[in-house]
Design a protein around this ligand. Structure first.
Ligand code: E4P
Length: 217
């Protein structure tokens, strides 16, 4: 399973790149706003910097909601760097934009997916990735990881090449369960990824090794 970092924060991206554990980046308008990026030029410049930092796909989300505007924006975003993937919401206008961008050779990530039907329509339109949101489904009392497993299974049944990018991941358990159900990618902030390193037996084992290491000196 690939790990994408779900952030627009350059420091966090650099930290993950330095650790050698990151295969790509996803962003959304909320994450960009959090970094204080405003205006078309600044947004493009920010994406350019991210795209140069990472050897993998970088999802850049459109800010418009009409098909023609999404296409225009998508073409502009895709021209920033070869590893930019245009992120488009799962609406009727978005599905049409995905289809047209696919015909123009532009890769897309269909976002805000909450059921298997949306995932199937996005895949049929030609999305490179579908992004089902785990945490937000959990928030309304559902089990988001079950949806990831269902989409993986359906895409396998119909030999659909669209990749399942599990999004809205909040914790270590989400990541581990995504691995089990066969998600192609998990995108999340750095903290839940690094929490995979935590185990009390690692800590206690290391403490003993360090104590015994003193006896060897
Ligand atoms: C990534 O593609 C999504 O925009 C992101 O994971 C959403 O996460 P959230 O539900 O924690 O905002």
């Amino acid at each position: 399973m690939k790990f994408f970092l779900d952030t627009a924060n350059l420091q966090q991206i650099q930290e993950a790149v330095d650790l050698g554990i990151i295969d790509g980046v996803t962003t959304n308008p909320s994450l960009m706003a959090k970094e204080g990026v405003h205006g078309l030029e600044a947004i493009q410049e920010h994406y350019k910097r991210i795209a140069m930092m990472i050897n993998g796909d970088v999802s850049a989300e459109v800010l418009s909601s009409e098909t023609d505007d999404m296409i225009e924006e998508g073409l502009r975003l895709a021209s920033i760097a070869q590893n930019i993937v245009v992120k488009i919401p799962c609406t009727k206008a978005g599905i049409k934009a995905i289809h047209i961008l696919k015909e123009k050779g532009i890769r897309t990530n269909c976002t805000l997916i909450f059921n298997v039907g949306q995932a199937m329509l996005a895949a049929k339109a030609g999305a490179t990735y579908v992004s089902p949101f785990i945490g937000r489904l959990d928030d309304i009392g559902q089990d988001g990881v079950v949806l990831i497993g269902d989409i993986v299974e359906i895409f396998k049944t119909y030999q659909i090449s669209t990749q399942v990018l599990a999004a809205s991941i909040r914790n270590q358990s989400h990541i581990q369960r995504c691995m089990k159900v066969g998600a192609d990618v998990a995108t999340c902030p750095l903290a839940p990824i690094l929490s995979l390193l935590n185990h009390p037996l690692t800590d206690s084992g290391l403490k003993t090794f360090m104590e015994d290491a003193q006896k060897l000196k």
